[in-house]
Design a protein around this ligand. Structure first.
Ligand SMILES: *Cc1c(COP(=O)(O)O)cnc(C)c1O
Length: 566
């Protein structure tokens, strides 16, 4: 396979992720986790790290979101075709799932960096004539189906992925598990390293857990027990062709349920959370393990609006390879920052007008909030007290743009979307609020660059890291956020943005909403309307201080030095 030859000899590290935002036309991602995996790959290409990436082909995507007039989310398949963007590789491998053998074929997408570096991405596909019709859909629906479907996908990713890499000729030292979905790969490594059964005594095979721990790096992204994938052992014994007997598996993955996070922890020699605060929280969940912290970052070339990229290129020539240099953005004249911001904002307003028919006012501050619509993100916090919000707007006018998908089975998330549409109607004439459907990478790019204020209101400590605020800062957009995840590290009050309330975990939503209103009314909006010069200075500080640290080049250099080169 000559397409792979140039990668085979140098590649040492495999990165496994259920989802991955490679590029907008490839619908192989749902949200933040996939975008992080994509940014990881983009930085690896630029830094020429010797890595290969493995994910599912997800032909039907996550879903395409449409919203009815009354705010109901409708989900449609979001098909894409790997042909054209990927090359089929001439290799196949099989995994046993339940009663059947499932064949897997790989597609190759070569991701290229701007300076010639590249990394291979392998997309696993079971849509093959050789497979039973039901199994042909196993790699269609990202996060779709029931528990059994999810476990089957995880078997394809973990066991299938490791086997395919070997069939393709990769010789690897390190496996990086991006979230627990990839944990089953550890079982394939155990099988491979296992000693033979002792014929005389019938003992064995003996598994070399130490060896597998030496090979595996695990990054966890979920700060609560309930967020971890777990399956009943009845299902596991029915579907998983485990190299480890079920009794032993319970010792590795949990006595009561098969917990993928626990399995990954147990079999990885390096485990990390995605922000300092998240590592502390995880440490409490898993006493007895050493949990390190590598705070997430975003890929600066992907998330900086082209007009800002041009500006940085002029003033800080090597900013893309070495975003640490962005600290020198402090030397860029404020009015140039403002001019670029106005262009990015005009882009977003144009898009909003096209999609919704609403013409927002470029002179008024625009609050942007977009993320997965789910309970702990508290999408309705801004709207707890509509009269107070309207009174603030009467004094200091502002407008709001929102977006986000709710998982099809997250009833409360879908309800939040309906309620957001209701409050937007209730506020009509007082505060302009628009909701943009189908939040994806491209819409995110427009929103994080074109808003003035990026609002984030998760319920601490449930935001492991958060990354959209980092993207916003690269474009001089100011963060107004609850102290959780990455913002605990990045917030310097009044210098890089603002915190909502204190750093504590026990305040009721109504109290946090009051903090938010107070900050908007007394600090943020008066500054925008009353002191444009100070506002622009803050924009520049946010870009310099946040951009220079919370980027995926720094993140990957740390993974390379601390996790891969252990
Ligand atoms: C960055 C991004 C996310 C993650 O945003 P958070 O602030 O971490 O919730 C989700 N979806 C898309 C499309 C993104 O680009």
């Amino acid at each position: 396979m000559e397409q792979l030859d140039r990668f085979l000899t140098r590649t040492r590290i495999a990165y496994f992720s259920m989802e991955m935002a490679v590029r907008p036309e490839m619908h192989t991602y749902a949200g933040g986790l996939g975008v992080l995996a994509g940014d990881t790959a983009r930085s690896c290409a630029e830094l020429q790290l010797p890595m290969v990436f493995v994910t599912l082909v997800s032909r039907a995507g996550y879903f395409k979101q449409r919203i009815t007039a009354d705010g109901q989310q409708l989900e449609e398949p979001d098909w894409w075709r790997p042909e054209g963007l990927c090359t089929p590789l001439d290799a196949m491998t099989g995994v046993r799932i339940g009663e059947r053998n499932v064949w897997i074929r790989p597609w190759l997408h070569v991701l290229k960096g701007p300076e010639g570096g590249e990394v291979p991405i392998i997309l696993l596909d079971t849509d093959l004539l050789e497979n039973d019709p039901a199994d042909r859909e196993l790699t269609h629906w990202l996060y779709g189906g029931d528990d059994a479907y999810r476990l089957k996908q995880e078997i394809v990713l973990g066991l299938g992925g490791v086997r395919l890499l070997r069939a393709l000729g990769f010789e690897l030292d390190t496996y990086h598990l991006n979230e627990g979905h990839a944990a089953l790969l550890t079982l394939e490594l155990l099988r491979r390293g296992a000693g033979p059964r002792d014929q005389a005594s019938g003992v064995g095979p003996v598994y070399d857990i130490g060896q597998v721990r030496g090979q595996c790096v695990f990054t966890t992204h979920t700060p609560v027990e309930a967020g971890h994938d777990r399956f009943p052992y009845e299902l596991v014994s029915r579907l998983l062709d485990s190299p480890v007997p079920l009794g032993e598996l319970r010792h590795l993955a949990g006595m009561d349920a098969f917990n993928l996070t626990q399995l990954a922890m147990r079999l990885s020699g390096y485990v990390n959370g995605v922000a300092l605060r998240h590592a502390e929280t995880t440490q409490h969940l898993f006493p007895g393990y050493v949990i390190r912290a590598i705070t997430n970052g975003v890929h600066v070339g992907t998330w900086t609006h082209p007009v800002f990229a041009h500006l940085y290129q002029q003033h800080v020539p090597h900013w893309q390879h070495e975003p640490e240099l962005l600290v020198r953005a402090l030397l860029i004249p404020e009015d140039e920052i403002w001019r670029c911001h106005q262009l990015a904002k005009a882009d977003l307003l144009r898009r909003i007008a096209e999609r919704t028919g609403v013409a927002l006012d470029p002179a008024l501050p625009l609050i942007g909030c977009a993320r997965r619509m789910t309970g702990y993100k508290r999408p309705l916090l801004l709207f707890q007290d509509l009269d107070r919000l309207a009174a603030i707007a009467a004094k200091h006018p502002f407008q709001v743009v929102m977006a986000g998908k709710a998982h099809p089975r997250d009833g409360l998330g879908k309800q939040a979307i309906r309620q957001l549409h209701e409050v937007a109607r209730a506020l009509a004439g007082r505060v302009a609020c628009v909701f943009l459907p189908d939040y994806d990478m491209e819409l995110a790019q427009a929103m994080v660059a074109g808003s003035d204020i990026w609002l984030n209101t998760p319920r601490p400590p449930l935001e492991a890291s958060g990354t959209s605020g980092m993207k916003a800062a690269l474009n001089g957009v100011l963060n107004l956020s609850v102290l959780d995840g990455w913002w605990v590290e990045a917030c310097i009050e009044g210098v890089t943005g603002w915190a909502i309330g204190e750093d504590r975990h026990d305040e009721p939503d109504a109290v946090v909403a009051r903090h938010l209103y107070d900050k908007l009314e007394n600090t943020v909006l008066p500054l925008y309307h009353g002191d444009p010069e100070a506002w622009r200075r803050l924009m520049r500080q946010a870009a310099a201080h946040i951009g220079s640290h919370f980027n995926s080049q720094r993140m990957m250099r740390r993974y390379a030095a601390e996790a891969y080169l252990r």
